[in-house]
Design a protein around this ligand. Structure first.
Ligand code: URA
Length: 219
Protein backbone atom coordinates (compact mmCIF):
# COMPACT_ATOMS: atom_id res chain seq x y z
CA UNK A 1 0.00 0.00 0.00
CA UNK A 2 1.43 3.40 -0.83
CA UNK A 3 1.27 5.75 2.11
CA UNK A 4 2.77 9.11 2.94
CA UNK A 5 2.85 8.16 6.60
CA UNK A 6 6.33 8.06 8.16
CA UNK A 7 6.75 4.81 10.03
CA UNK A 8 8.13 4.88 13.56
CA UNK A 9 11.49 3.11 13.90
CA UNK A 10 9.88 0.27 15.87
CA UNK A 11 8.00 -0.85 12.75
CA UNK A 12 9.66 -3.13 10.26
CA UNK A 13 7.72 -3.68 7.03
CA UNK A 14 8.21 -6.74 4.87
CA UNK A 15 10.09 -5.78 1.68
CA UNK A 16 7.49 -4.56 -0.86
CA UNK A 17 8.36 -7.20 -3.45
CA UNK A 18 6.12 -8.16 -6.39
CA UNK A 19 5.56 -11.49 -4.59
CA UNK A 20 4.18 -9.79 -1.49
CA UNK A 21 2.09 -7.40 -3.56
CA UNK A 22 0.63 -10.32 -5.52
CA UNK A 23 -0.23 -12.23 -2.35
CA UNK A 24 -1.80 -9.12 -0.82
CA UNK A 25 -3.82 -8.53 -3.99
CA UNK A 26 -5.36 -12.01 -3.71
CA UNK A 27 -6.29 -11.84 -0.04
CA UNK A 28 -7.67 -8.31 -0.33
CA UNK A 29 -10.01 -9.05 -3.25
CA UNK A 30 -13.57 -9.48 -1.99
CA UNK A 31 -14.35 -12.37 -4.34
CA UNK A 32 -11.35 -14.51 -3.36
CA UNK A 33 -12.49 -17.98 -2.29
CA UNK A 34 -11.92 -19.11 1.27
CA UNK A 35 -9.50 -21.76 0.13
CA UNK A 36 -7.38 -19.18 -1.72
CA UNK A 37 -7.65 -16.75 1.16
CA UNK A 38 -6.22 -19.33 3.55
CA UNK A 39 -3.49 -20.48 1.17
CA UNK A 40 -2.20 -17.00 0.30
CA UNK A 41 -2.62 -15.55 3.80
CA UNK A 42 -0.55 -18.50 5.03
CA UNK A 43 2.21 -17.57 2.59
CA UNK A 44 2.30 -14.01 3.96
CA UNK A 45 2.26 -15.34 7.51
CA UNK A 46 5.29 -17.47 6.72
CA UNK A 47 7.15 -14.38 5.46
CA UNK A 48 6.22 -12.48 8.63
CA UNK A 49 7.45 -15.25 10.89
CA UNK A 50 10.75 -15.51 9.02
CA UNK A 51 11.21 -11.74 9.29
CA UNK A 52 10.22 -11.77 12.96
CA UNK A 53 12.90 -14.36 13.69
CA UNK A 54 15.50 -11.95 12.29
CA UNK A 55 14.96 -9.83 15.40
CA UNK A 56 16.28 -12.50 17.76
CA UNK A 57 19.81 -12.13 19.12
CA UNK A 58 22.53 -14.31 17.61
CA UNK A 59 26.22 -15.07 18.09
CA UNK A 60 28.92 -16.10 15.66
CA UNK A 61 29.32 -19.82 14.96
CA UNK A 62 31.90 -21.40 12.67
CA UNK A 63 31.23 -24.79 11.08
CA UNK A 64 33.36 -27.01 8.91
CA UNK A 65 31.74 -27.88 5.57
CA UNK A 66 32.28 -31.18 3.66
CA UNK A 67 34.96 -29.41 1.59
CA UNK A 68 37.05 -29.03 4.74
CA UNK A 69 36.64 -25.25 4.68
CA UNK A 70 35.15 -23.13 7.42
CA UNK A 71 31.87 -21.33 7.08
CA UNK A 72 31.55 -18.29 9.35
CA UNK A 73 27.93 -18.56 10.39
CA UNK A 74 25.71 -17.69 13.32
CA UNK A 75 23.63 -19.41 15.95
CA UNK A 76 20.46 -17.98 17.47
CA UNK A 77 20.42 -17.22 21.16
CA UNK A 78 17.40 -16.91 23.36
CA UNK A 79 14.36 -19.12 23.54
CA UNK A 80 11.09 -18.11 21.98
CA UNK A 81 7.39 -18.81 22.24
CA UNK A 82 4.32 -17.65 20.36
CA UNK A 83 1.24 -15.99 21.83
CA UNK A 84 -1.83 -15.66 19.63
CA UNK A 85 -4.56 -13.11 20.20
CA UNK A 86 -7.75 -15.12 19.69
CA UNK A 87 -9.44 -15.68 17.36
CA UNK A 88 -7.75 -14.33 14.25
CA UNK A 89 -4.24 -14.70 15.68
CA UNK A 90 -4.74 -18.46 15.82
CA UNK A 91 -4.52 -18.43 12.02
CA UNK A 92 -0.83 -17.55 12.41
CA UNK A 93 0.07 -20.43 14.71
CA UNK A 94 0.70 -22.97 11.95
CA UNK A 95 3.12 -20.64 10.15
CA UNK A 96 5.08 -20.26 13.38
CA UNK A 97 5.15 -24.04 13.88
CA UNK A 98 6.43 -24.54 10.34
CA UNK A 99 9.45 -22.38 11.15
CA UNK A 100 9.97 -23.39 14.79
CA UNK A 101 9.25 -27.07 15.47
CA UNK A 102 7.27 -27.81 18.64
CA UNK A 103 7.27 -24.14 19.64
CA UNK A 104 5.20 -23.37 22.74
CA UNK A 105 2.15 -21.23 21.95
CA UNK A 106 0.09 -19.33 24.50
CA UNK A 107 -3.31 -17.76 23.84
CA UNK A 108 -5.01 -14.58 24.94
CA UNK A 109 -8.71 -13.83 24.40
CA UNK A 110 -9.72 -10.18 24.50
CA UNK A 111 -13.16 -8.95 23.51
CA UNK A 112 -14.89 -5.63 23.53
CA UNK A 113 -17.00 -5.13 26.65
CA UNK A 114 -20.60 -4.51 25.53
CA UNK A 115 -21.13 -1.76 28.10
CA UNK A 116 -17.85 0.12 28.23
CA UNK A 117 -16.78 -0.66 24.60
CA UNK A 118 -13.29 -1.13 25.99
CA UNK A 119 -11.26 -4.28 25.20
CA UNK A 120 -11.58 -6.71 28.10
CA UNK A 121 -9.43 -9.74 28.96
CA UNK A 122 -11.43 -12.98 29.04
CA UNK A 123 -8.75 -15.67 29.00
CA UNK A 124 -4.98 -16.07 29.02
CA UNK A 125 -2.96 -19.28 29.01
CA UNK A 126 0.78 -18.78 28.68
CA UNK A 127 3.91 -20.96 28.93
CA UNK A 128 5.06 -21.10 32.59
CA UNK A 129 8.55 -19.83 31.81
CA UNK A 130 7.40 -17.06 29.47
CA UNK A 131 9.39 -14.50 31.50
CA UNK A 132 12.62 -16.00 30.15
CA UNK A 133 11.50 -16.09 26.50
CA UNK A 134 11.23 -13.87 23.48
CA UNK A 135 7.56 -13.67 22.50
CA UNK A 136 6.22 -13.60 18.96
CA UNK A 137 2.81 -12.00 19.44
CA UNK A 138 0.39 -12.97 16.68
CA UNK A 139 -2.56 -10.93 15.37
CA UNK A 140 -3.17 -10.47 11.62
CA UNK A 141 -4.80 -7.02 11.77
CA UNK A 142 -3.53 -4.06 13.82
CA UNK A 143 -6.60 -1.78 13.68
CA UNK A 144 -7.08 0.48 16.73
CA UNK A 145 -4.40 -1.35 18.68
CA UNK A 146 -6.78 -1.85 21.64
CA UNK A 147 -6.54 -5.65 21.81
CA UNK A 148 -2.84 -5.72 21.02
CA UNK A 149 -2.08 -3.23 23.78
CA UNK A 150 -4.11 -5.21 26.29
CA UNK A 151 -2.31 -8.39 25.19
CA UNK A 152 1.08 -6.74 25.69
CA UNK A 153 0.00 -5.65 29.17
CA UNK A 154 -0.85 -9.29 29.98
CA UNK A 155 2.65 -10.29 28.83
CA UNK A 156 4.28 -7.55 30.92
CA UNK A 157 2.19 -8.60 33.93
CA UNK A 158 3.72 -12.05 33.41
CA UNK A 159 7.21 -10.50 33.55
CA UNK A 160 7.99 -10.69 29.83
CA UNK A 161 10.47 -7.96 28.95
CA UNK A 162 8.92 -5.35 26.67
CA UNK A 163 11.98 -5.36 24.40
CA UNK A 164 11.58 -9.13 23.95
CA UNK A 165 8.15 -8.85 22.33
CA UNK A 166 7.92 -9.03 18.53
CA UNK A 167 4.43 -8.28 17.26
CA UNK A 168 3.56 -9.78 13.86
CA UNK A 169 0.66 -8.60 11.71
CA UNK A 170 -0.28 -8.76 8.04
CA UNK A 171 -1.87 -5.32 7.83
CA UNK A 172 -1.60 -2.36 10.18
CA UNK A 173 -3.32 1.02 10.31
CA UNK A 174 -1.41 4.24 11.03
CA UNK A 175 -3.76 4.92 13.96
CA UNK A 176 -3.09 1.48 15.45
CA UNK A 177 0.65 1.87 15.06
CA UNK A 178 0.63 5.33 16.68
CA UNK A 179 -1.47 4.19 19.66
CA UNK A 180 0.62 1.08 20.15
CA UNK A 181 4.05 2.65 19.82
CA UNK A 182 3.12 5.53 22.16
CA UNK A 183 2.26 3.03 24.91
CA UNK A 184 4.83 0.29 24.26
CA UNK A 185 7.81 1.90 22.49
CA UNK A 186 10.16 -1.05 23.05
CA UNK A 187 8.01 -3.64 21.24
CA UNK A 188 9.12 -4.41 17.68
CA UNK A 189 6.28 -4.52 15.12
CA UNK A 190 6.75 -6.55 11.94
CA UNK A 191 3.96 -5.83 9.44
CA UNK A 192 3.19 -6.84 5.86
CA UNK A 193 1.70 -3.52 4.75
CA UNK A 194 0.39 -0.32 6.34
CA UNK A 195 -3.02 0.78 5.04
CA UNK A 196 -4.69 4.18 4.90
CA UNK A 197 -7.14 4.51 7.76
CA UNK A 198 -9.98 2.96 9.77
CA UNK A 199 -13.65 3.21 8.80
CA UNK A 200 -16.48 4.06 11.21
CA UNK A 201 -16.69 0.38 12.23
CA UNK A 202 -12.95 0.34 12.96
CA UNK A 203 -12.17 -1.87 9.97
CA UNK A 204 -8.88 -1.20 8.22
CA UNK A 205 -9.29 0.49 4.79
CA UNK A 206 -8.71 -0.86 2.18
CA UNK A 207 -7.96 -3.90 4.40
CA UNK A 208 -9.35 -7.40 3.89
CA UNK A 209 -12.65 -7.12 5.78
CA UNK A 210 -12.92 -9.45 8.77
CA UNK A 211 -9.79 -11.58 8.66
CA UNK A 212 -11.01 -14.17 11.18
CA UNK A 213 -14.32 -14.71 9.39
CA UNK A 214 -12.65 -15.06 5.99
CA UNK A 215 -9.97 -17.43 7.31
CA UNK A 216 -12.18 -19.58 9.51
CA UNK A 217 -15.30 -19.44 7.32
CA UNK A 218 -17.65 -17.79 9.81
CA UNK A 219 -19.88 -14.72 9.59
N1 URA B 1 -10.03 -6.99 12.39
C1 URA B 1 -10.28 -7.45 11.15
O1 URA B 1 -10.48 -8.66 10.94
N2 URA B 1 -10.30 -6.58 10.13
C2 URA B 1 -10.09 -5.28 10.30
O2 URA B 1 -10.12 -4.53 9.32
C3 URA B 1 -9.83 -4.79 11.60
C4 URA B 1 -9.80 -5.68 12.62
Amino acid sequence: MSHSYTLPSQVQLLPATPQLKGLMTIIRAKDTTRSDFIFYADRIIRLLVEEGLNHLPCIGKNVETPTGATYNGIDFEGRICGVSIMRAGEAMEQGLRECCRSVRIGKILIQRDEETHQPKLFYAKLPKDIDSRYVLLLDPMLATGGSAMQAVQVLLDNNVREDRIIFLNLIASPEGIENFVAKYPKVKIVAGEVDNNLDSNKYIVPGVGDFGCRYFGTD
